[in-house]
Structure formats: C-alpha cells, structure tokens
Design a protein. Sequence first.
Length: 426
Amino acid sequence: MPNIAIVGAQWGDEGKGKVIDIFAAKSDYIVRYQGGNNAGHTVVIGKDEFILHLIPSGILHKNKICVIGNGVVIDPRALLEEIKVLGSKGIYVKGRLFISDSAHVIFPYHWKLDGLKEEAKKKKKIGTTKKGIGPCYADKVARSGIRIIDLLDKETFREKLKANLEEKNNILTKIYNADVFSFDELYKEYFGYAENIRQYVCDTSILLNDAIKCRKRILFEGAQGALLDVDHGTYPFVTSSNATAGGASTGTGVGPNKIDKVVGVVKAYTTRVGEGPFPTEFPDDLMEKIRKKGREFGATTGRPRRCGWFDKVIVEHSVRVNGIDEIVVTKLDVLDDLDSLKICVAYRYNGKLYKNFPSDIKVLDNCQPVYEEFPGWKKDTTAITSYAGLPKNAKNYLKVIQKLLNTKIVLISVGSERRQTFSKGA
Ligand code: IMP
C-alpha cells in the first residue's frame, strides 16, 4: 500500500476514525497533520469505544508508529490526559508516539480568548469548540507562537511566555475586561508538562522521510473536513488550519510527491457542528430522526450536529480541492428507514443557477438547493457484509453519488464496528 492521505470531504465527522482505523492496519506510520484536540475520532472495537482527540487513531493498533506533525496545535494538558486514558485501557504509547518539535502549543490564554472572541461576535459567532485552536494558529501565523521546542528549553520558554503574556494580559484587561494570567503559575505548570512530553519529541519530518526511504507506508490522518478548511471552506465559518490534503505535506514536512493517494471520507448525508451556511439542512422532524439514528452529537463537545441531505456541490468541490482519488461512503445505514432521498445537485440564488461551490457566503446562506429525488430502500443494512447484498435502491443511491462525483467509491460502511464495512468491488 502506498502513502495515503485520508481526508474528510464535508464538514468533518464523516466517520474518519473508523476508516483510518481500517487503513491503519495496512500502514506502518499514522500521522496527524493539522488541527488539535478540536477533533474527535471515534473508533469502536468490540464493546470498547475509543474517542481520540489529538493522538492519531492508529495508536489502537499495537505495533504502529504514530506521529503528531508540525501542523498540529498541541494542548499539553489534553495530550497527557489522552496518553493517561489510553494507558488505563492497556494501550501504551512509549516508543510509538512521536511529536514534532515544531508543533505549536496551546495555552489557557488561547482557550480564554477563543471564548471571549466568540461571545463578542454575538449572532455572528462561529460556534468554535473553544479549545483555543484559532487563537493558537493566529499566534503561529503572527510569528509570536510558542513551539514544542521552545517549551522544552527553560530560558526560551521563559522569554517567549513573558512576551506572550504581556500582550495577552493587555488584550484580556483592556479589550475584554477579563482576568489576567499569572506568569509564575503558567510557567511552572507548563514546564512541568514539558518534562513529561520531552520523551516523545523529535524532528518528525526527518523521522517520516527516513521511514519513506525505507519503504514504510505512511497514513496521513486528516481531521475536520474540507468545508472547514481555512482556505477552501465556508470562510469564516471554518477551523484555522488546512484540513485538505495539501495540509498533509506542509503539516508534516513530507513533500507532496511522496503522497500517492488521497481518500475522501463522505457521509451518506451531510452534517455540520457549529454555525455557518448549510444549504441542505433538514427540516426539524427529519433532523431529529436522523440525528438520533446517526448518533449525531459532537465527539469533542457533545453538541448536537446539524443534519441535511447529501450535497453534491460541496463534495464535488472537496474532490477537486483535495485531489480525491477514491471515496469511502459512511453511515449508509442511517438512511435505511427513509421513503425517499434527496441529493442536492446545484443551488439557485437570485435567479442564477450555481453548479459549482460559490465562494460568496451570501449565496450559500440564501440559496435554494436544487434536488434530485431517489426511492429509499426501507431495509436494515447493518448486517450486510457485501456490496452485492445491499438493497437495489441503496446500490442505486451509491451509483448516483459515484457518477455525480466522477470518483470511484471503494468502501462502504453500514455501522460503527470494524466488521460493518465492505468494499464496493469493480
Ligand atoms: P475550532 O476548530 O474550534 O476553531 O472551530 C471552528 C469550527 O470548526 C466550528 O464550527 C467547529 O464546530 C468546527 N469543528 C472543529 N473541529 C471539528 C471536528 O472535528 N468536527 C466537526 N466540526 C469541527
């Protein structure tokens, strides 16, 4: 198996955790390249459910190497807690987890500012996870951030934290009328984390490129989804990193020519958490039904996810901006009870037909979706183990999606367990 990037093709929560888990079995290294503990990858193994926020979900395979790349923002508290929880379930990371020395660190002032900025936005809020992701990436781009390598060095850390706190405490008091952070307390707490994290830290670009030279197979694990990408998503209702496949290169220090294939994970319908445009959002009754059946609640925040019909316009955009070669369709079973299903093939706004994803948020916010309708299959698919065994109308639904996207569907998932996945075949 070559080096593969797995990306979410919608607004995240497509079921990437499970797909990554399946691909991880055939990989040697599994690498996170962007985002932070805003992500929540759920993997069900037998009776155990694991929700990973920061550590690549490949860690659940005992002999795999997992890497947190330079493009990730790391909350040391969350990281150490995740390591502890995994250890309590018999999964040990020592010798298998490597963290980039260039990844940026999330501090409590990032969480605080995340929350305060959201409150200040009132009705225009983004609906962030309040994990400090945006403010941390903002510091990175503003060139004032603190990287893991800085955290590990007493003097550098002291100097950088001092400069950052001076600025942040000023913002907190003068703009938001909020409490300040104490330098001494933060310094002591975070240098303590540094001592625990040190054992995992290295130049992961060297690690990965050496592994590639030795013909090891690398799996790049995307978090969130293309429509949450800071460049290609529904800006400003996005996260602050490049969730698309390009991020796999910049976020790891592995050249794009070393990534052989991009696999897009597509939910059989659409969901999004947080605010922002959602043209195919269901009416309330259907929303409740699908949310309940699909257990559509955020793995990180527990927030109910907004649900809607499959939207070809956004997924086609996603196929293009990611360079998706193959598709995995997840949660097909959630649609089992419906009499008929709709797929949005275009938007109509101000008398104009939009077949391509519009960059103008006004269009997305106010457009009318143009739907095509298909008969449902009204049959439980959760015990089905092959494509051939699917009801005719379910096959038809998948064929339509494949044709509309002009991209091959390779895997289909009909439940959260590993065994509820099968290939589509030729
Ligand atoms: P942030 O990443 O916390 O800044 O949140 C920005 C937007 O991305 C919000 O709409 C979040 O709900 C959304 N978001 C962030 N991470 C995820 C995820 O893993 N799944 C789905 N939505 C996410």
